[in-house]
Write a protein that binds this ligand. Structure first.
Ligand code: UDP
Length: 234
């Protein structure tokens, strides 16, 4: 396997699957199978999931919600998604545990770096929920932070596109995909890989990010086998 320990970032939005809202059981099942497959091959997996399928603080604020409370709602949304994924993994016989950035036992145990690493070393999938625990941050930033803290070799950002393009491929037919790109080029070209806080955290701590399409079955395994897929930001 290409990487020993990974931080997998899944977006909340992609959990909606084809139904366009909430959590799609089929999509969840697909993700759980893909994750189970790499765990079987000895890869240590930490996961951070977004909450955009349920609530986003910024969109809430635009509708009149208080931003601070809205962000807390968003962080709780990531906990809901994390529990859903843990349940799907359990159905596949994959051992996992949910940790939370905010204390809320017995929903999950309070996140601590040593405990997370211990569980990873024991072959358990560790789902780190609740974002960073702070408003005004995103789950991309939480992924970068948790990836660095747990010593992941790479952050795998699962999206619904194949990688990083020169323009939005869903809008611009002339957009070209990068196989690999530096953090500096991402800044210079103003590419929307992640928010700048997350990008800077990865750059300053030397955590490479691989953006790939997680919605194509078998793609996660492809990445771990070192087959060419997605875009490596380094
Ligand atoms: N959030 C937050 N602090 C964090 C992570 C997330 O306040 O450290 C909130 C924020 O309101 C965000 C929401 O949780 O809009 C959902 O996360 P995100 O938008 O990153 O999820 P995604 O778009 O990946 O589904």
């Amino acid at each position: 396997m290409q990487y020993k320990r990974i931080l997998l970032k899944l977006s909340g939005e992609s959990l909606m699957g084809v139904q366009g809202h909430g959590i799609d059981a089929q999509r969840l099942d697909d993700y759980a199978s893909q994750i189970g497959e790499i765990v079987e091959n000895g890869v240590q997996v930490a996961i951070v999931i977004g909450g955009g399928n349920i609530f986003r603080g910024l969109s809430g604020a635009a509708e009149g919600f208080d931003r601070y409370k809205g962000d807390q709602m968003g962080m709780l949304a990531t906990v809901i998604n994390s529990l859903a994924l843990a349940s799907a993994l359990q159905n596949k016989g994959v051992r996992s545990r949910v940790m939370t950035a905010i204390r809320m036992e017995p929903v999950g145990e309070l996140y601590s770096q040593p405990k997370a690493v211990e569980a990873l070393e024991a072959g358990e999938v560790v789902i780190i929920s609740g974002g960073t625990g702070n408003p005004y941050f995103t789950t991309d930033t939480a992924s970068a932070l948790r990836g660095i803290e747990t010593g992941a070799n790479v952050m795998l950002k699962g999206t619904r596109v194949d990688g990083v393009y020169s323009a939005d491929p869903e809008k611009d037919p002339t957009a070209v995909k990068f196989d690999s790109i530096s953090f500096d080029e991402v800044y210079k070209k103003g590419l929307k890989v992640m928010d700048l806080t997350a990008t800077t955290l990865c750059k300053e701590n030397g955590l490479p990010v691989l953006v790939f399409n997680m919605d194509k079955k078998g793609n996660l395994m492809k990445v771990l086998k070192g087959e060419k897929t997605g875009t490596l930001v380094h």
